[in-house]
Ligand binder design. Structure first.
Ligand code: AHM
Ligand code: MG
Length: 296
C-alpha cells in the first residue's frame, strides 16, 4: 500500500463482492495475500472473508488446523485511492466441528467465543492491536527492521469520550431514537458541552482513535438499511472484543454485539462501539424512544 500510487494497484477491480459493493484492486490483492499467508499455514481448518461469498477451505495437501479465521482484508475501501488510513480486521475462533475441513458451523460462532481478535492500521505508522482475552496489546511496525514492536502492553479506553463518530448524512433515514442520541452527544440537550465530531470513514481508524482518546462510533440501521452497513463477523465482533477487553463496550443498540448468535456469514448489524458510558447513553435513549413508541 505504501507504494500503491507507483504500481498499477489503485482503482476499481471491475467486479463486485458478495455485498454488491464495487471491489478495489487492493481489496482483491489483500484478500489473496491473507489467504495465501494463513490458508496454507496448517493452523486453520476454514477461513471466511468479507470479499468472498463462500467459506474458504485450505488446500487439500495441508492438514486442517484447529482454528478458524474470519477477516475483512481491507477495511475502509473508499479511502484507498486518497491515501487515508485503512486497515485489516481479523477474528479467530477455535473449531467446533470434530475434524477434517472446517464447516459453516465453525464460522457461525458468537463473538463472545472468539479466542483472539484484532486489526492492523496502515496509517502514518503501521499498527497492530490485538487481544486474546487478557487485555489489549498494541504494536508498531518498525520498517527499519521489519518487526512489530510493543508500544502499549495494556491499552485501556476512557469510560467517557471526547468524540462522537457517525456518518450524519444519513440523519433523515435514522429513527427518532438515533436522532435524539446523536443530538445529546452533540450537546444539543443543553446539559453538557457536547462532544467533538470525528469521522474518517474507515472503521478501523475511527475505532482506533476513539479507543485511545475516548469516544463513541455509531453506524445505525436506518429506513433504507435496517441492519446498517457493517458486518457482524468481519467488523463488529472482532472490534467488540477489543472494546470490551479495553474497558469499553459494543452494542447493536439493544444487546452486546458479542452475545449475538450469527445466522449467516455476511450478516450485517447496527453498531454502537467505544467508551462504556457513551455506549450506555445511546442504548438508554434508544430504549426510552422505543418504549415511548409502544405507548403511542
Ligand atoms: P468496507 O469494508 O467495504 O470498506 O466498508 C466498511 C466501511 C467502514 O470502514 C466504514 O466505517 C464505513 O464503511 C463507512 O461507510 P459510509 O461511507 O457509509 O460512512
Ligand atoms: Mg470493512
Amino acid at each position: 500500500m505504501r507504494r500503491a500510487g507507483l504500481l498499477d494497484v489503485l482503482g476499481r477491480a471491475g467486479r463486485k463482492n458478495v455485498q454488491g459493493e464495487e471491489q478495489q484492486k487492493l481489496d482483491v490483492l489483500a484478500n489473496e495475500a491473507i489467504k495465501n499467508a494463513v490458508g496454507g499455514s496448517g493452523r486453520v481448518c476454514v477461513l471466511a472473508s468479507e470479499e468472498e461469498e463462500e467459506p474458504i477451505i485450505p488446500p487439500a495437501d495441508v492438514n486442517p488446523g484447529k482454528y478458524v479465521l474470519l477477516f475483512d482484508p481491507l477495511d475502509g475501501s473508499s479511502n484507498i485511492d486518497v491515501n487515508v488510513s485503512i486497515g485489516t480486521i481479523f477474528s479467530i475462533h477455535r473449531r467446533v466441528s470434530p475434524g477434517g475441513p472446517g464447516t459453516l458451523r465453525d464460522l457461525l460462532q458468537r463473538g463472545r467465543d472468539q479466542v483472539a481478535a484484532g486489526y492492523v492500521i496502515y496509517g502514518s505508522s503501521t499498527v497492530l492491536v490485538y487481544s486474546s482475552g487478557q487485555g489489549v496489546h498494541g504494536f508498531t511496525l518498525d520498517p527499519s527492521i521489519g518487526e512489530f514492536l510493543l508500544w502499549n502492553a495494556d491499552i485501556r479506553t476512557p469510560p467517557m469520550g471526547r468524540y462522537y463518530s457517525v456518518n450524519e448524512s444519513h440523519w433523515t433515514r435514522w429513527s427518532e431514537g438515533y436522532r435524539r442520541a446523536v443530538s445529546i452527544l452533540k450537546g444539543l440537550d443543553g446539559k453538557g458541552r457536547g462532544k467533538n465530531a470525528r469521522y474518517i470513514g474507515s472503521l478501523v481508524a475511527d475505532f482506533h482513535r476513539n479507543l485511545l482518546a475516548g469516544g463513541v462510533f455509531l453506524y445505525p440501521g436506518d429506513s433504507a438499511a435496517p441492519r446498517g452497513k457493517l458486518r457482524l463477523l468481519y467488523e463488529a465482533a472482532p472490534l467488540a472484543m477489543i472494546a470490551e477487553q479495553a474497558g469499553g463496550a459494543a452494542s447493536d443498540g439493544v444487546r452486546p454485539i458479542l452475545d449475538i448468535e450469527p445466522e449467516e456469514l455476511h450478516q450485517r448489524t447496527p453498531l454502537v462501539i467505544g467508551s462504556r458510558e457513551d455506549v450506555a447513553l445511546v442504548e438508554r435513549v434508544l430504549e426510552e424512544e422505543s418504549e415511548q413508541a409502544e405507548r403511542l
